[in-house]
Design a protein around this ligand. Structure first.
Ligand SMILES: [Zn+2]
Length: 388
C-alpha cells in the first residue's frame, strides 16, 4: 500500500441532466493517499463524502472496495453562515434570507454532494488594501464596532458583525483562488454576502463594503502570478467600483451588461477605459425590458468577441441574478435558462483560453424564488464543465 498512488478512475454521473440526457462517464487521474487494492484498479463508482471518497474498484483480479482521501477535481463551493449576520436594516432587500433560501434549494439538488466545500477566511487586510484605501478599511471597521446604522451612504446598512461578514465574503474568492491554483478544483462559486461590485476604493456604495471581485483579481495576479484577468459582470447594476479599480489597467478586462440608464448611473457605452487601460473596459448598456434574446445578442456581438480577443488566464464572474424577470429591483426580463446559457458560453471561452478557470462570486439577486433557481442553473453548468 502506498501513501500516494496515482489512481485512474471513472466517474459515473448518476443524476439526469437537462433535456433528459445522460452524461458519459468521465475519466480522471488523481493522486490519493490510501488505496486498499493493489494493481491497476479502476474505480467504477464512488460516493462523495466531502473530501473522502468511498467506492468500488475493478481490478484484474477482482472487485474491491476502496476508501481514500482524494483530490477531487470538481467545482469548489463557498458558503459561510456567518454572512447571515450582516444586517443592513429592517426591510432592506439585501437580506440574509437571500443566502438561506439559496442554500436550502441547493442542498436539495441531487448534485449538491459533488461540490467541493471550500471554507472561506477573513480576507487579510493586506489584500483588502490591494483595492481599498487604508483609511476606508479602518473607517468601515470602526463604524461596525461602534454600532453605526450605515457606512457612507444610507443604502449600505451595517451591523456589528458586518465588517467580519464582509471580510469573509472577500475571503471566499481568495480561498477559491488558492484551491483553483493548487489544482484541487476546476472552477468555483462563492455564496456569500455582502456583495461587492459597487464598493469604490474609499467609499461604500450600493449594499457593498469591499469589492470582492476586484480583490480576487489582484490576488490572482499578485499571489498566484496570473497575468490577464477578465471580469464579466452580469449583475443588473453597473459595477462602478470594479470599473474604476481597473479602468487604467490593461491587464484586467472588465465587461459589464447592465440596465442603463439605471443605478448607479455609470456604465455608458462610451466608457472604455483610460490610459494603459484604454479598450479594456467594455460596457453593454441594456434598456429596460431587455430579454434573453437581447442579452444573447449582446453576448454574441460584444461580450464573447471581447473575451476571446483578450485571451484571459482566468475569468471571474460578478454573478448577480437581479436581471431576472422576477427580480423586484430592476426591469430586465431574463429567464433562469438565460443564466444557464450565459454560463455555458463563459465556460467555452474559459476552456479555450484559461484552462477552464472560472471563479464566480454572488453579487445581487433579490427574488427569493428566482435567486435560488438561477444560482442552481449556474452551478450545474460549472459542475458539467468540471466533469467534462
Ligand atoms: Zn445588482
Amino acid at each position: 500500500m502506498s501513501n500516494a498512488t496515482e489512481c485512474h478512475w471513472e466517474r459515473q454521473r448518476r443524476y439526469p441532466t437537462r433535456k433528459g440526457k445522460t452524461n458519459e462517464p468521465s475519466r480522471r487521474t488523481e493522486t490519493i493517499d490510501r488505496l486498499d487494492v493493489r494493481g491497476d484498479a479502476r474505480v467504477v463508482n464512488r460516493v462523495p463524502d466531502n473530501s473522502n471518497f468511498r467506492g468500488i474498484a475493478l481490478a484484474p483480479d477482482g472487485i474491491f472496495s476502496i476508501t481514500h482521501r482524494g483530490r477531487a477535481v470538481t467545482t469548489g463551493f463557498v458558503y459561510e453562515p456567518f454572512c447571515l449576520r450582516h444586517n443592513p436594516g429592517q426591510g432592506h432587500p439585501e437580506r440574509s434570507a437571500r443566502l438561506s433560501a439559496t442554500i436550502a434549494h441547493l442542498e436539495r439538488q441531487p448534485w449538491y454532494g459533488t461540490l467541493a466545500p471550500v471554507p472561506t477566511r477573513e480576507a487579510e487586510k493586506d489584500w483588502l488594501r490591494s483595492t481599498h484605501a487604508e483609511e476606508y478599511i479602518a473607517r468601515a471597521e470602526a463604524a461596525c464596532q461602534q454600532g453605526a446604522a450605515h457606512l457612507d451612504v444610507p443604502d449600505v446598512g451595517i451591523s456589528p458583525d458586518s465588517f467580519t461578514a464582509a471580510r469573509l465574503a472577500a475571503g471566499g474568492g481568495l480561498a477559491l483562488a488558492d484551491r483553483l491554483m493548487a489544482g484541487d478544483i476546476n472552477n468555483g462559486f462563492s455564496l456569500t454576502r455582502p456583495p461587492g461590485h459597487h464598493a469604490e476604493s474609499a467609499l461604500a456604495l450600493g449594499f457593498c463594503l469591499f469589492n470582492n471581485i476586484a480583490i480576487l483579481a489582484r490576488y490572482l495576479q499578485s499571489k498566484h502570478g496570473l497575468e490577464k484577468i477578465a471580469i464579466l459582470d452580469w449583475d443588473v447594476h453597473h459595477g462602478n467600483g470594479t470599473q474604476h479599480t481597473f479602468e487604467d489597467d490593461g491587464s484586467v478586462l472588465f465587461v459589464s451588461l447592465h440596465q442603463y440608464p439605471y443605478y448607479p448611473g455609470t456604465g455608458a457605452h462610451s466608457e472604455t477605459g483610460v490610459g494603459q487601460g484604454a479598450g479594456a473596459t467594455i460596457n453593454c448598456p441594456m434598456t429596460a425590458g431587455s430579454t434573453d434574446e437581447d442579452y444573447q445578442a449582446a453576448f454574441s456581438e460584444r461580450v464573447l468577441p471581447a473575451l476571446n480577443s483578450f485571451g484571459p488566464d482566468a475569468i471571474l464572474i460578478s454573478a448577480g441574478f437581479d436581471a431576472h424577470h422576477d427580480d423586484p429591483l430592476a426591469n430586465i426580463d431574463l429567464s433562469t435558462e438565460c443564466y444557464r446559457w450565459m454560463s455555458e458560453r463563459v465556460v467555452e471561452v474559459a476552456d479555450q483560453h484559461a484552462a477552464g478557470r472560472i471563479l464566480s462570486l454572488l453579487e445581487g439577486g433579490y427574488s427569493l424564488d428566482a435567486l435560488p433557481l438561477s444560482v442552481a442553473a449556474h452551478l450545474e453548468v460549472l459542475l458539467d464543465s468540471s466533469s467534462a
